[in-house]
Design a protein around this ligand. Sequence first.
Ligand SMILES: Cc1ncc(COP(=O)(O)O)c(C=O)c1O
Length: 393
Amino acid sequence: MTTSEKKRFLLAQETIDRKDIAELISWLETDPWLTQGPLTKSFETEWSRWLGTEYALYVNSGSSANLMMYYALLVSGRLKNRKVIVPAISWATTVAPAIQLGFEPIMCDGDPDTFGLDLDHLERLCQEHDPGAVIVVHVLGVPHKMEELLALKGRYGFALMEDACAATGSRYDGKLVGTFGDLSTFSFYFGHHLSTIEGGMVCSSDEELQDILLQIRSHGWAKDLSPEKEQHLVEEFGVLDFNRRFAFYHPGFNVRPTDLGAKLGLGQLKKVEEVIARRKENHRIYQQNFEAAEHFHCQSNHRAEICSISFAALASSEEHRARVAQALEEFGVETRPLGGGNMSRQPFWTKRYEPAVVPMADRIHTTSFHLPNNPSISPEDIQSICDVVLAVR
Ligand SMILES: Cc1ncc(COP(=O)(O)O)c(C=O)c1O
C-alpha cells in the first residue's frame, strides 16, 4: 500500500450521513420555518424523554449551554456566593463563563481514575472556600464518581453543574450522565456523539431554572414561556399590552438554535442507541488492552458504562508520549493531547490568576494522548491501534 492509500484513523468523524442530508433537503423543499420554532420544541421534548429529565433547552453550542447553565443559577438567586470550583481537566468554555459572569473560579486537580475532579482536593477546597457552585466534567465521556460527589454536595450545600458535553450515552450505576446535577449540558458539535452542525442542550428537572433559561436564551423576553406565565409577568410589571412582546425581564443573550439544527437533531436521535453501542464496545476494547499494560495509565470508573468521545491514556513520560505519537503517525492514527490539558496552564487563566497547584492535571497535561473512538472504526481496527501503541516502550 502506498502512503497515499494508507488507511487513516481520524479522531472526529461526521455523524450526519447521506440519508440525513437527503432528509434535510426534502424537508427544506417544503419551505419550512427555519429559525427556532416547532422542531426545536420537538427536539427538546424527545431529548428530555431520552435522557430522563423534565426539561431540555436547545441552544447554538455546548459552550452556550455552559454559559446558560452558570447564568441561570446566578439569576435564580440560589447561590450562597459567587465562588465556583472548576476542574483543571476540562475545557476552556467549562471555565470561561465563571470569568465572564464575575464568579471567583477556584481550580481543582484531576482525579487519577476518572481525570475529573479530585474528590480529596475538592473537599479541602469546600472546607476552605464554602463554594456556591461546583462544575463537574465527565472527561471524554468517562463518568465521574457520582456517589462520592453527591455526598459532598449534601455535606457542603453547593449547586452542581454537570458538563456532559462529551459524554452522551455514558452511565453511572445504570443512570445516564446529565441526570445528576442541578443542571447539565451536552454538545452537538462535529465529532461529538451526535451532531447538529453546531448545537448544545441545557437539561434539568427544575421548572424555575427552565423558565429562566427560556428567557435568557432569547434576549431576556418572555415569549417562550407558557401564556399563563407570560401574562403573570405582564401583570407583575404593569407592561402595556402594546409593549408586551418586547418586554425584557432579564439581561439576556441570544444563543438561540435554528429549526434546521433541530431537524438534524431529531434524525440523529433515531440512531443514538446504535452510536452508543459502537462507541461503548470500542472503548471496552481499548480499556481491556490498556489496563493490562504497565507502561500506560488510562481512565477508569468501574461503576460506569463508558461511551467515550475518544480514548485517553497517559504515557510514562513526555518522551514516551513523543515515541507513541511517532508510532501513531506512521500507522496513520490521528492523536492529540487530552482536551486542552490543564486549564490553569492556559493563557486565559495565567493572565488573571496565580498558577494552581494541581500535580495530576500537570501529569495529564504532559503525558496524555487521545486515540480515536467513533462509530466508523471497527473493533478490529481498535485492536490494531492498541497493538501499535502498546508495543511502544
Ligand atoms: C467538556 C466540554 N465542554 C464544553 C464543550 C464545548 O462544546 P461546543 O464545542 O459545542 O461549544 C466541549 C467541546 O468539545 C467539551 O469537550
